[in-house]
Structure formats: structure tokens, C-alpha cells
Design a protein around this ligand. Structure first.
Ligand SMILES: [Ca+2]
Ligand SMILES: [Ca+2]
Ligand SMILES: [Ca+2]
Ligand SMILES: [Ca+2]
Length: 313
């Protein structure tokens, strides 16, 4: 979970324009934390001792695959000018296009985190990709979102004027997999405490419980619930420790997991460590050629960049 002091700022929408491309946001020094979207390993499980742990493959292949497909074939969405999503049940006499038949629908094949040969269909629909910086699975993203159960009930919502920073390193796998298909937007300072956002990403996703909370019942989410989210990606923070090395490059061993990279073995992972090699010189200052990128400086030519080389700085 994010320590409080890593939160840089929060944004509050004050004057959403009725224009699909603009959103005006006020910066306030407030903090809010959502317990939702954190991975289930982060959650207390005390109330679930009586819940039977089902076989993950059977739960998906025999139960959720069908319930998700049925849901998608019997529901449709509508958008307002701010990419706010309404989901409703299709009237057979009507003319709405189902989620299943939506021309924008994308399907990802995602491996179960625990069972090797279990592969899920994870669905998403991009409303707009976002026109600025790419999101990687190790980044933190300022998002607004709305979460739905397959019965149309909303279990959580962060509206535009109360967005949250979502650290994908600690989020449910469905978000880790889908958000990298989106970018953030750009924002300009209006000089009066507000920022105008343009071109942020917006979409929705439909996930089986195996890529969400599985057997853990969380607040309004029953155990074994496939989940539907609509979301907007306003800002990506691609350098959590502000050391000028991007989060994705802090994964030194390149295995996709930044939690096992701690070059100086000081107990602080590189992704959160401002002095990655523990030589007393900040990573951002181990930039011999001064190009703003410490990853391409290797003063002693030993193949290890200075910021990861305790012998050189
Ligand atoms: Ca960094
Ligand atoms: Ca670092
Ligand atoms: Ca250093
Ligand atoms: Ca060094």
C-alpha cells in the first residue's frame, strides 16, 4: 500500500466543461485512499474463513465464462459527453448493440496468477485511448472509475472530482493488464488553481473474479464476482521515486516484477529507492553526461550503469 508521503497531489474537478475534450480540475492538498482495487493479498480475510475455496479452473470454465458471456450479450452501455458510462439490460425489442457485439470490443488472453494452464478472456472497450503518455503496468495512475457487478449494481465509484491515485503494482490484475492499453491526457495550468485536462484515456473492462478478488468478499463485492469497471486515466506517474529512472526501467532483472529488484539490498525496492546502489549519491545525480537519463552512463565501462554501480559515481 502507498505510504502517505508518496502522494504528490490530488485533483478535484470543479468545472467540467460540456465538451468531450476538456475537463477543468482544481488541485487540492487532500488525501483519499481507496481500499478497492488493491490486490486481494493486501486485504484482510478474517470474514471469509467460512468461504469455500473453489477450484480456479472449474470456477472459470464451468461458471464465470458463461455468466460473463451472458451478461455481455444482454447488456449495453451509453456514454455522456464526459465519458461517464451507464450500463443497462437490453430490451429485445430495442435496437441497442450488446457489449458482446460492440465493434470496439477487445479480448486479452491472460494467465491465471496461480494456475499455469488456466487462461482467461479479459475484455475491454476503449472509448478513447488517451493522447499523451503511455501507461505501464508498474506505474501509478490518477483515475476516476465506477465498478459494477453483473446484476448492474454499482459497488464503488470515484467520480471525476474525487479521483484516486491507483498504483498498478498493488491493484487487481485486471487493471494491470488493461490500463497499459491506454495513455493519460495532458493538462495545462490555468493560473487560478485549476488545470484543464485534455485527451485523457477512457474505457471499460469486464473481468472474471480470478483476475480480481476471487474468493475474497470485499465490502459490496460478493465472493466469486466477475467485475465490470468503467474508468478514465487522467495522469500517469511513471517515476514513483522521482529519481529520473522510469518505473519500467527500475525492473532491473526485466522479469516484469519490480518487487524483486533491490540492487543495494537495503530493503527498499529500486522502484521506490532514490539511491539505487546505496553509494550515497542520488540516482538522479549519477548522470555523468547530463542528459537527464542515468541509465546510459557507465563511467568505468564495466557494463553496469553508474547508478547501479556502488564503485562509481
Ligand atoms: Ca524511478
Ligand atoms: Ca530508484
Ligand atoms: Ca547511487
Ligand atoms: Ca554509483
Amino acid at each position: 500500500m502507498q505510504p502517505l508521503n508518496t502522494v504528490k497531489f490530488f485533483l478535484i474537478v470543479t468545472k467540467p466543461e460540456l465538451n468531450i475534450n476538456f475537463m477543468t480540475i482544481r488541485v487540492l492538498a487532500i488525501f483519499s485512499l481507496s481500499m478497492f482495487l488493491m490486490s486481494s493479498s493486501c486485504k484482510k480475510d478474517d470474514n471469509n474463513s467460512e468461504i469455500e475455496i473453489r477450484d480456479r479452473t472449474e470456477q472459470y470454465n464451468n461458471v464465470e465464462r458463461d455468466s460473463i458471456e451472458t451478461y455481455m450479450k444482454t447488456h449495453y452501455y451509453t456514454l455522456d459527453a464526459q465519458y461517464n458510462v451507464t450500463i443497462d439490460t437490453i430490451d429485445p425489442a430495442g435496437s441497442h448493440t450488446s457489449l458482446w457485439d460492440d465493434p470496439g470490443l477487445e479480448t486479452l488472453q491472460v494467465n491465471d496468477p496461480e494456475v499455469d494452464d488456466l487462461v482467461y478472456d479479459l475484455y475491454y472497450i476503449p472509448f478513447r485511448a488517451g493522447d499523451h503518455k503511455a501507461i505501464h503496468k508498474m506505474d501509478r495512475v490518477l483515475v476516476a472509475y465506477k465498478g459494477f457487478l453483473l446484476n448492474n449494481k454499482v459497488f464503488d465509484e470515484k467520480i471525476d472530482n474525487m479521483p484516486i491515485w491507483l498504483d498498478l503494482n498493488y491493484s487487481i490484475k485486471a487493471w494491470q493488464e488493461v490500463l497499459p492499453y491506454f495513455n493519460d491526457g495532458t493538462f495545462s495550468d490555468n493560473g487560478d488553481g485549476t488545470f484543464t485536462f485534455t485527451g485523457y484515456g477512457a474505457g471499460m473492462l469486464i473481468t472474471p473474479s480470478g483476475l480480481a478478488y476471487y474468493h475474497v468478499a470485499a465490502n459490496k463485492i460478493p465472493a466469486y464476482s466477475p467485475l465490470v469497471f468503467s474508468f478514465k486515466s487522467f495522469v500517469v506517474d511513471d517515476d514513483l521515486d522521482n529519481d529520473t529512472v522510469k518505473n519500467i526501467d527500475e525492473d532491473v532483472n526485466g522479469n516484469g516484477d519490480p518487487q524483486d529488484d533491490d540492487t543495494d539490498n537495503d530493503g527498499i525496492k529500486n522502484i521506490n529507492d532514490k539511491d539505487d546502489d546505496g553509494d550515497g549519491v542520488l540516482t538522479k545525480d549519477e548522470d555523468a553526461n547530463g542528459d537527464g537519463d542515468p541509465t546510459n552512463d557507465d563511467t568505468d565501462g564495466d557494463g553496469t550503469p553508474d547508478y547501479l554501480d556502488a564503485d562509481t559515481h
